[in-house]
Design a protein around this ligand. Structure first.
Ligand code: M6R
Length: 618
C-alpha cells in the first residue's frame, strides 16, 4: 500500500526520494508527492496518478534541498486527488503517512471545533495538525511534538515528519506499518521497504512497533537516534541485507513479473541452500527456527495466509497430512477474526506471507499466540512484522518480489512447506528415511526442471494469443492441482482482468459445469501426480459441453496427448518429476499464460489496477 521515503544527506533529496518511490511503485498507489527543506521553507510538490506526473511537476519546479520526505498514496480516506496526496501540511509541519488512524473521526471533529480548517479528506492531515499544535504549544522540538501527537492517535502508522523549525531533522515513527532505516556513507535514508534504499545502502535497521527514529544532520555528522514512543532509548546494530540493487531492477525483461517468473529456478536453489541433508534424509532443524520437541507436542497444524500465500498454504496442508500424518487446516487470514477460532498450546500455526506485513495474517498470528499456540512464519522479507510476531521464522530467500502478482514467492513457499512437512514427518516417525530422501532429492531437481519448463515461454505466448478474447476462464485441478488451479485463476484475474474461477476438478459437476460453452477456455491441471485418470475424465466432460481445453500435463504422456488431440484442445507440458514436486512445475505455465494474456492486452502487468503488493490495512 502507501510508500514512504525519507532522506537526510548532502546531495539533492528530491531525486533520491523519487527514485526510492519508484522502487515502491509495486506496493500500489494512485498519487505521489515530496516535501523538501528549501531556503528556510518547505517546498511541496504533489501529483495525481503515476510518478511520471510527479516527475513532470518537479521538472517545472525543481527542488534544491538535501533533506526531504516522499510518498506514494493508495487511497483509503478520500479519493485520489492532489489535495489528498501526501505530504500534508499544517503550519511549519509536513507529514507523510502509511496506515490508518482509527480514531480519525473523533480527532477531526475536535480539531474542527477548535477552528482547524482541513485541506483534505485524509486521516493523515490530522497528524500534521496535531504536531503543528504541539509545536505551537511549546513542545520545544519536533521530536517532542511528534511524540505528543502520537499520544493522541490510535491505529496503524508509519510516518515521516519535517518541520521548518528544524531544517536538518526528520522524525520517523512506526506502529504496525513497516519502516526500515538505511545507514549510508554520510547520509541517512528510510523507507517502507528495502528496495527503496538499496541504491543508497545495504546496512539497515528495522524499526519495530512503538519506535521512533530521529534523523539529524549536524554539520558533516549524521546521526540516527532510536527510541520508543514512550521515551526509552533503543540500541540496534544495523543488519547487512544480501539483496543487491540489481535484484530490484528488471534486468532486461519487459516486466518485473516476467523476470520473477524466470528467476524461479534460482529462487528455489536459494530456498533449499543449506537446509537439506540428503544423507540423513532430513531438513536442518536450526533453519526452521523451531525446536524439535514441538514436532511431537502438537495435535494440529493450522495454516493462515491470504491470496497467493493461502494457495501455497493449501498445498502445505496436503503435504503435512500426507507426509507427517498431522491433521492440518487452512484459514484465510481475513476470516480468522470472524471465526472465534479455538487455538490451544497443542496447535502449531503456520503464517505464510511473502511480505510478512499483511495485516489480516498478522492479526491471526496475534490471536493464535494469545490462544497459546506456537507460531511459525514462512516469509520472504527479513525481520518483517509477521516473523517478528511469531516464535520462529523460515525465510524463503526468493529475493525482492516487485511484481504485484506473486510468482517466485509462491513456488519458494511451496518448497519451504514441503521441507517443513518432511521435517515434521521425520520427527513424528511417520516418514521413513528412504521416503524422506526421495522427496528431498526430488526437490533438489526442481530448479533444473523449472529451467526446462520455462523454455516453453514462446509457445505459451501463442496460446495466450489464441485465448485473448476469453471473458471467463475456468481452472480445474485435483489434490495439490486444486490450489494450483486457484492460483492460475487468481493470476489471470489480477493482471489480465479476465474473470477466472479455480475449482476442485471433482466439484465441476456440482455447479461450474453449467458455465461451460464454446466461449469458455477450461484449464485442466492433469500431470502424472497420482490423480491423472480421474482428472483426465474432466477433459471429456468439458469437451462434451464444447469448452476449449487447455491441459497442463507431463511431457511424454502419450495418453494425455491423444486425449487432448481428440478433444481439439491445447496441451502444455512440464518435464516428468516425482509426484510430490510436480506442482512446483505445473504452476509455471499458468503464470506465463496469465502474464502473456495481460501483456498482449496491454494492462499494467506489474501494478495492476486497484491492487497493492503489501496489504497493510484490514
Ligand atoms: O504478502 P502476502 O503473501 O501476505 O500477501 C498476500 C496477498 O495479498 C498476495 O498473495 C496477493 O494475493 C498477491 N497479489 C497475489 O498475486
Amino acid at each position: 500500500m502507501c510508500g514512504i521515503v525519507a532522506f537526510v544527506g548532502t546531495r539533492p533529496a528530491s531525486p533520491v526520494l523519487v527514485e526510492g518511490l519508484r522502487k515502491l511503485e509495486y506496493r500500489g498507489y494512485d498519487s505521489a508527492g515530496v516535501a523538501v527543506h528549501a531556503g528556510g521553507d518547505l517546498a511541496i510538490v504533489r501529483a495525481v496518478g503515476k510518478l511520471s506526473n510527479l516527475d513532470a511537476a518537479l521538472a517545472k519546479a525543481p527542488l534544491a534541498g538535501t533533506v526531504g520526505i516522499g510518498h506514494t498514496r493508495w487511497a483509503t480516506h478520500g479519493r485520489p486527488s492532489e489535495a489528498n496526496a501526501h505530504p500534508h501540511v499544517s503550519g511549519p509541519v509536513a507529514v507523510v503517512h502509511n496506515g490508518i488512524i482509527e480514531n480519525h473521526v473523533a480527532l477531526r471533529h475536535e480539531l474542527e471545533a477548535s477552528g482547524v480548517v482541513f485541506a483534505s479528506d485524509t486521516d493523515t492531515e490530522i497528524v500534521a495538525h496535531l504536531v503543528s499544535r504541539a509545536l505551537a504549544a511549546g513542545a520545544g522540538s519536533l521530536e517532542a511534538a511528534v511524540t505528543a501527537a502520537l499520544g493522541r492517535v490510535t491505529g496503524a502508522y508509519a510516518i515521516a515528519v519535517l518541520s521548518k523549525t528544524e531544517p536538518d531533522v526528520i522524525v520517523l515513527a512506526k506502529d504496525q506499518s513497516p519502516l526500515v532505516l538505511g545507514i549510508g556513507e554520510g547520509e541517512l535514508i528510510a523507507a517502507s521497504d528495502i528496495p527503496a534504499i538499496l541504491s543508497t545502502t545495504r546496512d539497515v535497521v528495522f524499526l519495530q512497533d512503538g519506535e521512533m527514529a530521529i534523523l539529524r544532520r549536524t554539520g558533516a555528522t549524521f546521526e540516527a537516534k532510536l527510541r520508543t514512543v514512550s521515551g526509552e532509548p533503543v540500541t540496534r546494530a544495523p543488519k547487512r541485507i544480501d539483496w543487491s540493487p540489481a535484484q530490484a531492477e528488471k534486468g532486461g525483461f519487459k516486466h518485473f513479473m516476467l523476470k520473477e517468473i524466470h528467476e524461479q529456478p534460482r529462487a528455489i536453489e536459494d530456498t533449499l541452500r543449506g537446509r537439506i541433508d540428503l544423507t540423513a534424509g532430513d531438513v536442518v532443524s536450526q533453519e526452521l527456527g523451531l525446536e524439535d520437541a514441538i514436532a511431537t507436542s502438537i495435535d494440529r497444524v493450522y495454516f493462515v495466509a491470504c491470496g497467493t500465500s493461502a494457495h501455497a498454504a493449501m498445498a502445505g496442508r496436503y503435504w503435512v497430512e500426507a507426509l507427517a500424518r498431522v491433521p492440518a487446516t487452512v484459514e484465510i487470514g481475513s476470516e480468522v477474526r470472524y471465526r472465534e477460532p479455538v487455538f490451544t498450546p497443542r496447535d502449531l500455526v503456520i503464517a505464510v506471507s511473502q511480505s510478512g506485513e499483511t495485516s489480516d495474517t498478522l492479526a491471526a498470528v496475534k490471536a493464535a499466540r494469545a490462544g497459546g499456540a506456537r507460531v511459525l512464519a514462512i516469509a520472504n522479507v527479513l525481520d518483517s512484522a509477521i516473523p517478528r510476531a511469531s516464535d520462529g521464522a523460515f525465510y524463503t530467500h526468493a529475493g525482492p518480489e516487485i511484481g504485484v502478482a506473486s510468482t517466485k514467492c509462491f513456488t519458494t513457499q511451496l518448497a519451504a512447506m514441503l521441507m517443513f512437512a518432511v521435517w515434521l514427518g521425520r520427527r513424528r516417525g511417520s516418514l521413513s528415511v528412504e521416503r524422506a530422501k526421495s522427496v528431498l532429492e526430488a526437490l533438489t531437481h526442481v530448479p533444473s526442471l523449472m529451467r526446462e519448463a520455462l523454455e516453453d515461454d514462446a509457445s505459451i505466448r501463442l496460446l495466450a494469443k489464441r485465448h485473448l478474447k476469453a471473458r471467463d476462464m475456468l481452472f480445474l485441478g485435483r489434490g495439490i492441482g486444486f490450489p494450483i488451479a486457484l492460483e492460475g485463476a487468481l493470476k489471470v484475474k489480477e493482471i489480465s482482468y479476465v474473470h477466472a474461477e479455480g475449482y476442485a476438478a471433482g466439484e465441476m459437476k456440482h455447479g461450474p459445469i453449467a458455465l461451460i460453452d464454446d466461449a469458455m477456455p477450461v484449464v485442466v491441471v492433469c500431470p502424472r501426480d497420482g490423480h491423472f485418470e480421474k482428472t483426465a475424465s474432466n477433459l471429456a466432460e468439458v469437451r462434451a459441453r464444447e469448452g476449449q481445453i487447455i491441459a497442463v500435463g507431463t511431457k511424454g504422456d502419450e495418453e494425455l496427448a491423444n486425449l487432448v488431440a481428440k478433444h481439439e484442445g491445447d496441451l502444455v507440458t512440464v518435464p516428468p518429476s516425482a509426484p510430490e514436486v510436480v506442482h512446483l512445475l505445473t504452476v509455471l505455465p499458468l503464470q506465463l499464460l496469465s502474464y502473456h494474456m495481460a501483456d498482449l492486452k496491454g494492462t499494467d502487468v506489474d501494478q495492476p489496477r486497484n491492487l497493492a503488493k503489501t496489504v497493510t490495512v484490514e
